[in-house]
Design a protein around this ligand. Structure first.
Ligand code: NAD
Length: 384
């Protein structure tokens, strides 16, 4: 039993994201949860954290944290390649684990991790897919599940609001390299939207894509175009970039009974009086339309304010604590982490092979091609 119904948290990696998690916990912003320790391999990061959070224990390796500290949950917020190796040691030790997105770089490793997890069912695992707490996407999911959109015929996602300059990449050498993080905008930033896509529409059956690097000194992509086909013949087009100013985040999903257009923090739902097959079978005109009702949804002012101050990520931690203490359903467990990763690996594979690929993807081919990318990158760095 957890003492006095409070979960003790530790955070590994107190860089950009880990510090936000740790600070929210330290400030008591997550009910029934408190921060007891942080861990980072950088002594500078630890020193700067300790200065502002004097009651928190600091450790310089995850092994040291595991051996010396009494805690219930660990949040892993280090570069992606290391997520699962660290997570494994904590699960084996019976700890509960929250893993930052993406779960890892290669689907193959994530599948092996999910298999290992089954041997340690008492350890709970969640992935920080915080966009699932975006109230607009929650409404979209409820509308789709209620059948109000009818059969999904088309989707399109434009994600151009992840502007990242060369200075961003230069600040942290692991970013946007095959050796450091295993991918670019797709893996680091768009993983959020690709998770939402799988959450709303499920998995595609095949993927065709192109990727490129526009005006940045990085080896991975910052521009992506993909077409995904679903089992019922519907298509989703995806355009993503990290080099456009005043970019947008716009998701449009069209069904035969209705359509949603989610744009930044708002969504419009168009509900048709009759489905399109009904309209088509009844109309004697060459053109036609039926009456429609329009409903507008907003993120919610207070929710938006709270999320912009402390982050949606706090809701994921809150959900995890409630899951452990009260049995609340997890927003995203480790199996959920697989889906967006498979689409991401699939988009890369299609672009690298210049051909349409089927889902489930060929994991061995993916591993070989990623290894080639890392080798080319190492050689190009050595030549500089
Ligand atoms: N959910 C979100 O919205 C969100 C936002 C940003 C980053 N992230 C994720 O968080 C993770 C970290 O990203 P970031 O932007 O904070 O990176 P960062 O580079 O700012 O911080 C990473 C920290 O981890 C430390 N570290 C590296 N290896 C370590 C190890 N073995 N043990 C302990 N500490 C170690 C580094 O010293 C650094 O302080 C990534 O996986 C990223 O995708 C998620």
């Amino acid at each position: 039993m957890f003492k006095a119904g409070i979960l003790k948290y530790a955070v590994i990696g107190i860089g950009r994201m880990g510090t936000i998690h740790a600070h929210n916990l330290y400030k008591g912003r997550v009910a029934s949860s408190k921060l007891v320790a942080v861990c980072d391999i950088s002594s500078d990061a630890l020193a700067s954290f300790a200065k502002k959070h004097p009651t928190v224990k600091c450790y310089s390796s995850h092994e040291e944290l595991l051996d010396n500290c009494n805690f219930d949950v660990v949040i892993i917020a280090v570069p992606h390649y290391q997520h699962l190796k660290i997570a494994e040691s904590f699960i084996i030790a019976g700890k509960n684990v929250i893993i930052e997105k993406p779960i890892t770089v290669e689907l193959k490793d994530a599948l092996a991790f999910c298999e290992l997890r089954k041997k340690y069912p008492k350890s709970r695992v969640a992935i920080v897919y915080n966009q699932r707490t975006n109230s607009v996407y929650m409404r979209a999911k409820a509308l789709i599940e209620s059948g109000k959109l009818g059969e999904i015929r088309r989707a399109s996602y434009i994600i151009t609001n992840w502007y990242r300059s060369d200075a961003y990449y230069a600040n942290n050498s692991w970013r946007a390299s095959y050796c450091g993080e295993g991918g670019g905008i797709l893996l680091n930033q768009c993983v959020h939207q690709l998770d939402i896509l799988t959450h709303l529409l499920g998995m595609p059956i095949n993927i065709d894509s192109r990727i490129s690097t526009v005006n940045r000194h990085i080896t991975t992509e910052n521009d992506v175009t993909a077409i995904m086909e679903y089992k019922n013949g519907a298509f989703c087009t995806l355009s993503a970039s990290g080099h456009e100013q005043y970019g947008t985040c716009r998701l449009e999903i069209a069904g035969d009974k209705g359509r949603i257009v989610a744009h930044n923090y708002k969504m419009t739902f168009y509900a048709y009086a009759k489905s399109e097959p009904e309209l088509n079978s009844e109309t004697i005109k060459g053109y036609g339309s039926v009456k429609k009702k329009i409903k507008h949804y907003r993120y919610g002012y207070i929710r938006l304010l709270k999320d912009s101050l402390y982050g949606q990520q706090m809701r994921i931690i809150d959900n995890f604590t409630k899951h452990i203490l009260k049995g609340e359903n997890l927003i995203a467990d480790s199996e959920e982490g697989l889906k967006a990763l498979e689409i991401i690996n699939g988009i890369y594979l299609s672009a690298w092979c210049s051909e349409k690929i089927v889902v489930p993807i060929d994991n061995d081919l993916y591993s070989r091609m990623l290894e080639d990318k890392r080798e080319i990158e190492k050689n190009s760095f050595a030549e500089r």
